[in-house]
Design a protein around this ligand. Structure first.
Ligand SMILES: *Cc1c(COP(=O)(O)O)cnc(C)c1O
Length: 472
């Protein structure tokens, strides 16, 4: 070690001493001693590394410290620490229901209802007329009856929970019959055979990967059969010489043989008068169609095509749904008050004929012309930012979350280039902004798809770019 770097090392502040100085006290009051200690340690460690690397000398460090460098480094470190965790982000990826980015952004009125019940007490499991105990999902069931034509409805934490509950509720200790073409992995470690295993149900595979007939299910039924199950293959599609059993035939078989039938529908497309249908999104089975086919229980996500908060909704025949509701697992999986309030508010928007206002629906339905206009507006905001070059090109967005496999939505994207940063460096730098900006890279450039941008995001995105004008 040179004597110059020794001099620099000696200037590094001692943490305990720094914690006692007057300048640091306001930070301790604001963020707590432990957080400030950790942040100071990180700042000093960083400087030590710089000295070791020959990037920071004694004179520079002395000047930095004299000018309040420790406090300002502490401030930005604490700000970075506090900005970590679950927080708002900008989705410029073009994937509308992006699981990594929290899937469906909810309607402001829905968010307001969720905030209101979260902040205070609420009517959850109590009757206002009598003050007696009530049913937490009574209103949800009532809304689902009107919207989906079902007899009953309950909601749990997510659709994986809904699938688990239906297998466990009908077939724990028994067999579940599933088509070989539907033994899929949905992503995020949701594998149908594993769900059955966890629910203590034995898998009976019938048919083949590409073709399964009703006779295959019937031949699979035995004394131990607890459930006939269909699974939406989500992010996977079998094409060509294929045959899958229609929902109504499975429902009829189950009714005839006295075996419950269930469909893990996943994406959960719901249509109602007053809103444009999601026809461009792959002709997904409607929840109502699945219900009307006569299946006992249909499960779908609250935060995929429905565009509400994360949940798994189970709808169908009264007896079957209530049987699942009586299961001890329902108690473990059910939704909290905030989610229930959000689901109700989302369903009410649809019933009120305001489905077009639901953000995820609006994003999925945006026309190529709308997308071009939005990309033009974004590009003109970015045009004035030094070091950047923005041009428009045609592109494709995706519904995401396996909600519509193989479907691409024509869009227009901003192809963004930085004078000194490579596409990878630019994408990384944008993710390091606050709020973080998520993009995709294709054809050797960062692409910004306006489809998933929410009001105000364009300006935030432009500000993020402006903060990178001098980078590189
Ligand atoms: C998405 C999906 C799941 C998992 O649902 P989560 O809401 O993510 O828990 C399960 N099954 C199918 C068919 C799906 O599409």
């Amino acid at each position: 070690m040179s004597s110059a770097s020794n001099a620099a090392f000696r200037l590094l502040p001692a943490i305990d001493e720094a914690l006692r100085t007057a300048a640091i006290q306001p930070w301790i009051e604001r963020s707590g001693r432990a957080a400030v200690r950790d942040a100071l340690q990180a700042v000093v460690d960083g400087w030590r590394d710089d000295i070791r690397a020959g990037a920071l000398g004694a004179a520079d460090l002395e000047e930095c410290l004299a000018q309040g460098g420790l406090e300002s480094a502490l401030a930005s470190r604490l700000a970075a620490d506090e900005a970590s965790g679950v927080r708002p982000a900008i989705n410029a990826t073009g994937v509308v229901l992006h699981t990594g980015l929290g899937r469906a952004p909810i309607h402001p009125e829905v968010a307001e209802r969720m905030r209101a019940v979260a902040e205070g007490y609420c009517v959850l499991e109590i009757e206002t007329s009598t003050g007696e105990r009530g049913r937490r999902d009574a209103e949800l069931a009532s809304l689902c009856r009107k919207l989906l034509g079902c007899e009953e409805a309950i909601a749990v934490n997510n659709n994986a929970g809904a699938a688990f509950l239906m297998v466990h509720g009908f077939a724990a200790g028994k067999e579940t019959i599933v088509s070989r073409g539907e033994l899929v992995e949905i992503g995020g470690s949701f594998r149908v055979p594993k769900i059955l295993e966890a629910a203590n149900s034995r898998l009976v595979e019938v048919g083949t990967t590409n073709r399964t007939r009703i006779a295959d299910y019937e031949a699979g039924i035995g004394d131990d059969t607890g459930l006939l199950m269909k699974v939406h293959t989500s992010n996977f599609k079998v094409v060509g010489f294929t045959e899958e059993v229609p929902m109504s035939e499975l429902a009829e078989l189950g009714a005839r043989r006295g075996v419950p039938t269930a469909f893990d529908l996943g994406s959960g497309r719901v249509e109602f008068e007053g809103a444009a249908p999601l026809d461009g999104v792959g002709g997904e089975t409607l929840v109502r169609q699945a219900v009307e086919s006569g299946l006992d229980v249909v499960g779908f996500s609250g935060d995929k095509l429905l565009g509400g908060p994360q949940a798994g909704i189970l709808v169908g025949k009264k007896e079957a749904v209530l049987r699942l509701r009586r299961s001890p697992l329902y108690r473990a999986l059910r939704c909290d008050k905030v989610t229930l309030a959000g689901l109700e508010a989302t369903l009410r928007l649809l019933l009120a004929g305001r489905g077009d206002e639901i953000p995820a629906r609006r994003m999925l339905l945006a026309t190529p012309e709308e997308m071009r206009a939005r990309a033009e507006a974004l590009a003109s905001l970015l045009a004035g930012v030094p070091s950047f070059q923005a041009e428009l090109i045609d592109g494709e967005s995706e519904p995401g979350s396996g909600s519509a496999p193989g479907v691409y939505l024509p869009t227009c994207v901003v192809r963004l280039q930085h004078e000194r940063l490579s596409p990878d460096q630019l994408a990384t730098s944008l993710r390091a902004c606050e709020p973080p900006v998520f993009t995709r890279i294709a054809g050797g450039a960062v692409l910004l798809d306006p489809r998933g941008l929410l009001p105000g995001d364009e300006e935030r995105l432009a500000a993020a770019c402006a903060s990178l004008a001098d980078a590189g």
